[in-house]
Design a protein around this ligand. Structure first.
Ligand SMILES: *Cc1c(COP(=O)(O)O)cnc(C)c1O
Length: 497
């Protein structure tokens, strides 16, 4: 299996290179040259999550030896990293199923891929002729940064620096990062918003002088964001595991098609569901759920992508995204792998913030539906799900559940439906209590979590409750213009990591 680029049909590289580079030189994203067909699910029925991961990822990472790949899979999907033996367990309510993707080390769905991603990078680095060390640089709006820090902490030959917006993350998310352990980690608050963080990171990647100096020292600058194939492909596994579990529990029949609803931000998670469909998993519709930042709703329904709106800060911050980076890959597939079309659309997005796709491409997308949820609908959904179903969902999952209601109302399609549950409710306790109309005035984060626990009896994840006793290691804030110097200092101070 080789990897191609969405913008240049001459690119053809193996997975280890795609992993280390992250993004193609001309700006395109890496794409597997074909979708491996997995055929019938029967031979996978007895596989545990890690066996399934080994089997599916082995179809893509063919330049990994069997020993390398099993080390990656075993290191990632085990009981140290995941608190639930199913890794991605399924909960049933009266008319829908939820797959809980938040039982990893940081209680967010990002752990599903970021628990294995560092092993991929480390393995790829070992056979690299150019580089001995990697510096991972991440701009985060909350979940990615912490999940990446946990994944990469104390991994040999790798250092990780995370930038977060001073006032743009929840207080629990901030505490998760400020208390980060590991001798190769660095966390910096940025005076500014998420865009400032992301722009700074992009500028550092584009800084020729800085990168040249690093490369002379055999250091490669790399990122952990969701455009890397090492983030994207592991997400296919839980769609297979979910299907297998539904089958095992007698909820569906063999080959019965299911719908999948995905609360979407950067379009990585839903793209992985599309990959699963292409690989042969019986999927009927994919339903793309957005919050008030509903750029994707218009894109999927009308074929118009327009990011010229102000970003709205919602209670589902991981979906507060205007430029969904993995849409580029989707355009590539929907345009029948036309790199000229993709390059042209991405240029328009960059210059005008807007593009329109042809009807022929739009017609290829007819297996995907899109809806968005307003904040008051999200709140109502959290409340009604708890009251009627005795089930607690977080704000992102509630967005998806509202989208599914709208889909049901519009289509009356009774296909069994799986909803991605992407965060532990305890990461957003305050907003959830507000949705339940419960006062949180004068309570600190831990009192708020306890209050939610007392009402619902849902256990608080240990990684969150234990934050209370952890030492703050990073409480530095930096102005945009000082960030590069801080990063240089971290790399210099930490030169033997
Ligand atoms: C990242 C994230 C999403 C969005 O996933 P994408 O792959 O970026 O579409 C949704 N919910 C939560 C909780 C997340 O952390």
């Amino acid at each position: 299996m080789k990897f191609k680029s969405t913008r240049d049909s001459n690119v053809y590289i193996d997975s280890k290179n795609a992993l280390l580079k992250g993004i193609s030189d001309e700006g395109g994203l890496f794409i597997p040259e074909e979708f491996p067909k997995l055929g019938s699910i029967n031979h996978m029925m007895d596989m545990q999550y890690k066996d399934l991961a080994y089997y599916i990822l082995g179809k893509f990472f063919t330049d990994f030896t069997p020993e390398e790949l099993s080390a990656c899979v075993n290191g990632a999907y085990n009981s140290t990293n995941f608190s639930d033996p199913y890794i991605a367990p399924i909960r049933k309510t009266s008319d829908r199923y939820f797959v809980e993707l938040y039982h990893g080390r940081t209680s967010a769905f990002k752990d599903m891929a970021l628990s294995i991603f560092p092993y991929f990078i480390q393995t790829a680095l070992k056979t690299s002729e150019e580089f001995d060390n990697i510096v991972i640089l991440v701009a985060t709006s909350g979940d990615t940064g912490k999940a990446a820090l946990e994944g990469f902490k104390d991994v040999d030959n790798i250092r990780i620096a995370v930038l977060y917006p001073q006032d743009g993350v929840s207080s629990i998310q901030k505490l998760q990062m400020q208390t980060q352990e590991g001798n190769n980690t660095y966390v910096l608050g940025v005076v500014g918003n998420f865009d400032d963080c992301q722009t700074t990171v992009k500028n550092i990647f584009a800084n020729k002088e800085f990168n040249k100096k690093l490369n002379e020292d055999r250091i490669q600058l790399s990122s952990a964001n969701s455009i890397n194939v090492g983030r994207l492909l592991p997400q296919i596994v839980y769609y297979y595991s979910s299907y297998i579990n539904l089958l095992k529990f007698g909820e569906i029949k063999n080959n019965e098609k299911i719908n999948i609803v995905v609360p979407t931000g950067n379009f990585g998670n839903i793209l992985a569901a599309y990959y699963a469909k292409e690989m042969g998993l019986p999927i009927n519709k994919l339903i793309c759920a957005s919050n008030d930042n509903n750029v994707l709703t218009d894109f999927i329904n009308k074929g118009i992508y327009d990011k010229n709106n102000d970003l709205i800060l919602t209670t589902s911050p991981s979906m507060d995204v205007l430029v969904s980076s993995n849409v580029e890959r989707f355009l590539y597939h929907m345009s029948n792998e036309n790199t000229d079309i993709v390059s042209d659309l991405m240029k328009k997005l960059n210059e005008k913030g807007r593009y329109e796709i042809d009807d022929s491409i739009l017609n290829n997308m007819d297996f995907m539906n899109a809806y968005y949820a307003k904040e008051e609908e999200v709140n109502e959904k959290i409340l009604s799900t708890l009251l009627n179903e005795k089930y607690l969902i977080d704000t992102h999952t509630a967005v998806a559940s509202v989208a599914y209601d709208k889909y049901l109302k519009e289509t009356d399609d009774r296909t069994k439906t799986l909803i991605d549950s992407t965060a532990s409710p305890y990461k957003f306790s305050k907003d959830i209590l507000k949705a339940l109309d419960i006062d949180t005035n004068n309570l600190n984060d831990f009192e708020i979590m306890n209050k939610l626990h007392n009402i619902t009896s849902v256990p608080i994840p240990k990684n969150l409750s234990s934050l209370q006793n952890k030492e703050i290691r990073f409480n530095e804030y930096s102005k945009k213009e000082d960030i590069l110097n801080n990063i240089k200092k971290f790399i210099g101070d930490n030169n033997n990591a």
